[in-house]
Design a protein around this ligand. Structure first.
Ligand code: LAN
Length: 698
């Protein structure tokens, strides 16, 4: 499966080869085949449990040193993959087709047969229509019972006319929705002067990178050629005859069940103005807008070896390159090849992932967990840790993007990405956690020569210092470029807070802890600036504390996740339960949420509703986060930590692993996303650390 520096590709082998043991534990584990792992001696303390956990997790390490994983969750990615492939004729292997159908069948909502915006969400028009269409393009008959049920749900929800904006876009590309039913997305926006606060280069990078190809395809009113299937779909997904739909009246028609961010008056006003412009768009201006956008798309493709920032713009760019460069072009062929990076075969079939993986993110946490707890010091784990260090060495970016400022990109020299070096985007906390992992490993392992030189670590420091905002916090990919008011024109209807890359407690903590660790080992480089950055970051963390005493997570679920990060930040300046009101409030909140069984469990719905919502079950990952948070706070009482550790140990299987529980991550407030490797990294970390911690409490 993994080949090269962290790229994942699933290859099909014959049953004979599978029987001949050509599959490793790594592959078997992820596709749900029984894995024959050793039954380990029962752990009698937390350290042994952590050790057993790693004995198993080591089996899932790829030969190149990292840990692959399924990065599933969003239900609006595979439709882009399939629609984009269908309209351009990009092939889909038969095995993949079958596995994708299996995935969607098994993920249909058991009650109404629909799909949500993500795997754990209620059925929506967005999820149900797009996945229904996907299944049809994958060759499933409209009269299949699963399709009949799903279609019933589409009709019950009012039909496809009320699909949110991104759905309208995909359906229009496929020619089963009229472009007239879309609000305007003119490429000319890119020609506005850059000093304007609404210039698209100032938008959060994912938003602008998606709107870029969207505006191209809208600008030319791209649509697939009509065929029988398209004509059939037009009859299946609506509640009225296709020809009689009043398309312009659909622009602001969004099903209530889908709406998370209703249009503001400002946005509606903007759309009205753009609508008038669209009626009399000046051809040379449109051409100039299209040319500009095409040039940016080309640069994005070349900067990322056709992987692109994420799965959504990836498939849209593929269509643009097919249209402009043609089916025989190198660009289109590279695009077709690179689709593979986003596919993952899981227990329930094949899906498209949120990125081309979470390689760096996963290796960073387990490396730190091992190095900090002493599990990595054990002779039996040395070789595996060396391989992790090697992977980190290769994954660091050592140059800036090919197209740098001209593609509105930030510097990357010295950074680590979220997934792989090929994808090549800097994310503040990934650069930070990558550097922390390297520091931990290089300082803790008996390495003769440190593969990552001081100079290369100084480059990371430069990147991190450069990315701090004037507010003291860190955003995700870039320093803040626009005022918060830009959120007033969030056109997505389904995602919250996507217009501006703002400060996040998680990113801020990672950045600041990385800089502090760096200072311990290299005390002279930009020391005063690091100290000043730390002070400003801590002020930001204080200001970001929620009224309930915790911190709201933006990338993990939810208060538990961000509170772990925030308390790590505060620990850097010596703020603990004993001496800090802020830390005490956070700990009291966590303690008040600890359950009878010793664990914690928070639902993904917290991220959407912005208030603590209990999950029906206790979660080992969140229990580990809460335990780590309490330890960062120097929480003085033994019992809650001991009970938390016991809960985690009680869920451990005889082979050292933990079963998969609820989904762990989130983005854009409404979409849950899976981090299945967290059930290893954070449990091992918490158990190893609590063992040492409880000793200090006596
Ligand atoms: C991610 C995944 C990682 C995540 C962390 C590093 C955990 C975070 O701390 C910073 C933001 C980041 C990098 C992040 C941003 C948004 C992503 C890329 C995702 C959640 C994975 C998928 C998501 C992306 C936007 C999905 C495509 C959907 C669109 C709405 C474009």
């Amino acid at each position: 499966m993994p080949d090269g520096l962290g790229d994942h590709h699933w290859h099909y082998i014959s049953e004979k080869a599978a029987k001949a043991k050509k599959q490793r534990v790594l592959e078997k584990y992820w596709i749900g085949e029984p894995v024959k792992a050793k039954k380990l001696p029962r752990a009698t303390n937390a350290f042994d449990a952590a050790k057993n956990g790693y004995t198993f997790y080591k089996l899932l390490q790829a030969p190149d040193g990292h840990w692959p994983g399924e990065y599933s969750g969003p239900h609006f990615l595979l439709p882009g993959y399939i629609i984009g492939s269908y309209v351009t004729g990009a092939p889909i292997k038969e095995e993949e087709r079958l596995e994708m159908v299996r995935w969607l069948f098994l993920r249909a909502h058991p009650e109404d047969g629909g799909w949500g915006i993500h795997v754990e969400g209620k059925s929506t028009v967005f999820g149900t229509v797009l996945n229904y269409v996907t299944l049809r393009l994958l060759g499933v008959d409209a009269e299949h019972p699963i399709m009949i049920k799903a279609r019933g749900t589409i009709h019950k929800l009012g039909g496809a006319t009320g699909i949110p904006a991104w759905g309208k876009f995909w359906l229009s590309v496929l020619n089963v929705y009229d472009w007239e039913g879309n609000n305007p997305i003119p490429p000319e926006l890119w020609l506005l002067p850059e000093w304007l606060p609404i210039h698209p280069y100032r938008w959060w990078i994912h938003t602008r990178n998606v709107y870029m190809p969207m505006s191209y395809l809208y600008g030319i009113r791209y649509k697939a050629e009509e065929n029988d299937l398209i004509l059939a779909l037009r009859q299946e997904i609506y509640t009225e005859p296709y020809g009689s739909i009043d398309w312009p009246a659909q622009r602001n028609n969004v099903a209530a069940i889908d709406t998370y961010v209703p249009h503001t008056r400002v946005l509606d006003g903007l759309f009205s103005i753009l609508g008038v412009y669209e009626g009399c768009a000046i051809p040379p201006l449109r051409r100039a807008g299209l040319d500009f956008v095409y040039d940016q798309i080309k640069k994005e493709d070349e900067n990322t070896s056709y992987q692109d920032l994420g799965p959504v713009n990836k498939m849209m760019n593929l269509i643009v390159r097919h249209y402009v460069d043609g089916p025989e072009s190198v660009a289109f062929k590279e695009h077709v090849k690179r689709r593979q990076d986003f596919l993952w075969l899981g227990v329930d079939g094949m899906m498209m992932c949120g990125t081309n993986g979470s390689q760096l993110w996963d290796i960073a946490f387990i490396s730190q967990a091992l190095a900090e707890t002493g599990v990595g010091d054990l002779e039996e784990n040395r070789e595996s840790m060396m391989r992790a260090l090697e992977w980190l060495d290769h994954a660091q970016m050592q140059s800036n993007p090919l197209h740098f400022k001209s593609a509105y990109r930030e510097a990357t020299k010295g950074a680590w990405p979220f997934s792989t070096k090929t994808q090549g985007y800097v994310v503040s906390d990934c650069a930070a956690e990558g550097m922390k992992a390297v520091l931990y490993l290089q300082e803790n392992l008996p390495v003769k020569e440190r593969p990552i030189s001081e100079r290369r670590l100084c480059d990371t420091v430069d990147i991190l210092l450069d990315m701090q905002n004037s507010t003291g916090g860190w955003a995700s990919y870039e320093r803040r470029r626009a005022p918060m008011a830009l959120e007033l024109i969030n056109p997505s209807e389904v995602f919250g807070d996507i217009m501006v890359d703002v400060d996040y407690p998680e990113c801020t903590t990672s950045a600041i802890t990385a800089l502090s660790h760096f200072r311990k080992h290299y005390p002279n480089y930009r020391a005063n600036e690091i100290e000043a950055a730390k002070k400003r970051a801590v002020d930001y963390i204080h200001n970001a504390q929620d009224a309930n005493g915790a911190w709201l997570g933006r990338w993990g679920i939810c208060f538990t996740y961000a509170t772990m990060f925030a308390l790590e930040s505060l620990s850097l300046v010596g703020e603990t339960y004993e001496n800090s009101e802020s830390v005490r409030r956070a700990c009291d909140l966590l303690i008040s949420k600890q359950r009878e069984d010793g664990g914690w469990g928070e639902s993904w719905e917290t991220c959407e509703k912005l208030e603590w919502i209990e999950h029906e079950n206790t979660q080992v990952v969140q229990t580990a986060w809460a335990g780590l948070a309490l330890m960062y706070a120097n929480y003085p009482h033994r019992a809650p930590l001991q009970r938390a550790a016991e809960l985690i140990i009680s869920r451990q299987l005889p082979d050292g692993s933990w079963p998969q529980e609820a989904i762990e991550g989130v983005f854009n407030k409404t979409v849950a996303i899976a981090y299945p490797n967290f059930k290893f990294s954070f449990t091992i970390w918490m158990l190893g650390k609590v063992h040492l911690y409880l000793k200090t409490l006596g």
